[in-house]
Design a binder for this molecule. Structure first.
Ligand SMILES: Nc1ncnc2c1ncn2[C@@H]1O[C@H](COP(=O)(O)OP(=O)(O)OP(=O)(O)O)[C@@H](O)[C@H]1O
Ligand SMILES: [Mg+2]
Length: 251
């Protein structure tokens, strides 16, 4: 039996603003299995971040419910980690300080959290930078710290909201490769958001195509291509065309 870790049932989100109500998510049904890497792929401004925030417990659904490991999500928790497009690292803390922050704030002993943080710093390829401050790091290195920090809390699921969206093209490819290497070594359940079809196809076990706002699941593709994937393989290019064609176009 497959182990369903995240279950979204009929999830909707409506914002009440001064200028009226805004429906952003419309009855999303989605399940994510243990150690599956699901990519949410959708047009700009469709509601991807809002959906991630609802699953992470940073926003409350106004309809339906989300469960993680069978427990209803009502607020943020250490079982759910988030990596954002621009990682808000604490500028006054070193790489080590940032990575060990979560376990430290949960009272884990210095020895244990240091060992754990070092393991994840090594895993993301930042050994030697433990004592560097974020201002000295490149964009790609900051995202590595963000990934190590999320891993260091040992969450059940990780949400990644366009984590490579601000990187230059070359670094973005490199980080996609790196994420695959890291994930093969330390499998986790990941929900990864992107509006880049190549990135979606390079990473995903399954691509969930979202509609325009108010967003819902349009269709899904199971991606069985062997890894590491080749961006120019005929099957890759074929899927790229096929999936691009079903995505709603925005202006
Ligand atoms: N707190 C809020 N109050 C009102 N409207 C909101 C709020 N948060 C998001 N929205 C609206 O919801 C819509 C979707 O926003 P969201 O950021 O979730 O989309 P997205 O798919 O992540 O966009 P992007 O591609 O820019 O990352 C937008 O129109 C936005 O204005
Ligand atoms: Mg977004």
């Amino acid at each position: 039996m497959k182990n369903e870790v995240i279950v979204c049932k009929d999830v909707s989100k409506r914002f009440e603003t001064e200028r009226g109500v805004v429906d952003v998510i419309d009855k999303v049904d989605l399940t994510v299995e243990e150690n599956e890497l699901v990519v949410l792929f959708g047009p700009g401004q469709c509601g991807k971040t809002t959906l991630i925030n609802v699953m992470a417990g940073l926003e409350t659904a106004t309809g339906g419910e989300v469960t993680v490991s069978g427990k209803k999500v009502e607020k943020p928790g250490p079982d759910r980690g988030v990596v954002y497009q621009t990682t808000a690292l604490f500028p006054w803390l070193t790489v080590m300080g940032n990575v060990e922050y979560g376990p430290k704030s949960r009272g884990i002993s210095k020895k244990e959290r240091r060992e754990r943080a070092q393991y994840y710093i090594d895993l993301v390829g930042l050994q030697g930078f433990e004592n560097s401050f974020p201002s000295k790091l490149s964009g790609g290195m900051k995202q590595r710290v963000g990934i190590a920090r999320a891993y260091c809390n040992e969450p059940v699921v990780m949400f990644m909201d366009e984590p490579f969206g601000h990187l230059d093209a070359q670094t973005r490819y490199l980080m996609q490769e790196e994420l695959m290497r890291i994930w093969e070594k330390e499998k986790r359940t990941i929900v990864f958001v992107t509006n880049n079809i190549e990135e979606a196809l390079y990473l995903a076990d399954r691509i969930v195509v979202m509609t325009n706002c108010p967003t819902t699941v349009k269709t899904e593709y199971k991606i069985d291509l062997p890894r590491p994937r080749d961006y120019v393989a005929p099957e890759f290019l074929h899927l790229r065309e096929e999936i691009s064609a079903v995505v709603d176009k925005t202006l």
